[in-house]
Design a protein around this ligand. Structure first.
Ligand code: HXC
Length: 371
């Protein structure tokens, strides 16, 4: 028998099924063929199993219809919250299979909503960026939509940790916002950060340049310093984001999580007696000292490939998170160069550590300080 309720439920189910397909099977295959996971697969890997609660699955934008592509429920971004090792996290994941993950008004409203919730409850925000930037079909409205996100990036800075993963060819606003966040991860050979892509550069300036040269993981981790971590694929990248979260407090009023790695505080390492050469003209590798003193030899290095004569990163002493800054005598004879002042940007990200301790070693000026 005909029942309006049943019809409504059936149509709701079919709308949800359609939303879960993103841009469709063919585009998902293209995404996979480039070594990239889909936006939903990434969220599944990032968060604890079964913890994700999605917001606004069926929200559509003004350009979702009318561009010849039909309706796109979700408007190219998946948003919601879940947990990492039991701690609350807010997340958005852009879907490149829908209009290149580009950002329009509704897409931005969804991101704004989770950023507002994250600041209200004091939880980290993680953005999985895979987007061509401002959606061309929405013109100036998409630029204004980015303005809303940028202003939230500023207001959330120093309040909750903001982490960005660049997981595809990201252009324009899709990199300006991540550049304002605390930590930026990239994936080697499949992620890029640029103002616009090589084809547009060629059209406008007649310059031939590859995506790697213009804004690949190597350029941003070694030369520009815009990115802080690079990993070979999506899976490793997301695993390391989970690891970083374990060093951070959820907000500026909490302390970082305590983790007892069962490393006895009275442990000694006789090898350290021989690490520093008697001759001051000889160098040594500071990383040996760092891994030796930290709990469980666990060290998460920040900007490993940028200004390698200074070492920054996170570890634990007595179970407590510490931020660590050290000279590296093994590179450039420990001289501080212009690039090595990158540690200032690291200190900028440390306030999210709340009053954890930054430990220094070597001769960098004024850097042994409680933050
Ligand atoms: C709408 C976009 C888009 C965008 C990509 N697409 N970027 N649609 N708005 N910004 C669409 C493409 O039309 C295409 O759709 C699909 O996404 C995949 O794109 P491809 O070009 O086929 O992929 P690829 O070769 O991998 O190149 C990706 C790209 C390139 C490097 C991102 O698409 C590109 O350069 N796009 C333009 C980038 C750009 O200039 N964005 C505006 C930035 S300005 P179909 O249907 O054909 O498959 C900005 C201002 C912010 O963001 C300032 C705020 C104040």
């Amino acid at each position: 028998m005909h029942s309006p309720e049943r019809d409504n439920l059936a149509s709701l189910k079919s709308m949800k099924d359609e939303a879960l397909q993103g841009g469709g099977r063919k585009r998902i295959e293209v995404q996979h063929s480039k070594g990239k996971l889909t936006a939903r697969e990434r969220i599944e890997l990032l968060l604890d199993e079964g913890s994700f609660e999605e917001f606004d699955l069926l929200k559509t934008g003004r350009s979702s219809s009318g561009d010849g592509g039909g309706e796109y429920p979700g408007d190219g971004v998946i948003t919601g919250h879940g947990t990492i090792d039991g701690r609350e996290i807010f997340v958005f994941s852009q879907d490149f299979t829908i209009m290149g993950g580009s950002l329009g008004e509704a897409h931005s409203h969804k991101i704004n909503k989770i950023m507002d919730h994250a600041v209200r409850v004091g939880s980290p925000i993680i953005g999985l960026n895979d987007s061509g930037g401002a959606r061309i079909q929405e013109g100036v409205d998409s630029l204004a939509a980015y303005g809303e996100i940028f202003s939230r990036n500023v207001m959330a800075s120093g309040v909750v940790p903001q982490i960005s993963c660049i997981m595809g060819p990201c252009a324009g606003g899709a990199v300006y916002s991540p550049a304002m966040t605390d930590f930026t991860f990239m994936v080697e050979d499949s992620s890029y950060m640029f103002v616009t892509g090589p084809n547009v550069v060629k059209t406008v300036t007649h310059q031939d340049i590859t995506a790697d040269e213009l804004g690949g993981a190597q350029v941003h981790n070694e030369k520009s310093g815009v990115a802080h971590f690079a990993f070979p694929n999506d899976i490793l990248c997301l695993r390391e984001v989970r690891r970083l979260i374990n060093y951070l407090p959820s907000n500026n009023k909490q302390t970082a999580p305590f983790l007892d790695l069962r490393d006895p505080i009275e442990r000694t390492d006789p090898a350290l007696d021989y690490l520093i050469p008697a001759n001051p003209n000889q160098t040594y590798d500071m990383k040996i000292l760092i891994t030796s003193i930290l709990d469980g030899a666990e060290f998460l290095e920040y900007q490993e490939n940028f200004a390698r004569n200074i070492i920054c990163g996170f570890g634990r002493l007595g179970g407590q998170t510490i931020g660590l800054i050290a000279n590296q005598p093994a590179v450039s004879a420990m001289l501080l160069t212009f690039l090595s002042f990158a540690w200032w940007t690291y200190l900028d990200s440390c306030p999210v550590l709340n009053r954890s301790t930054a430990v220094s070693s070597g001769t960098a000026p004024n850097c042994s300080m409680p933050l």
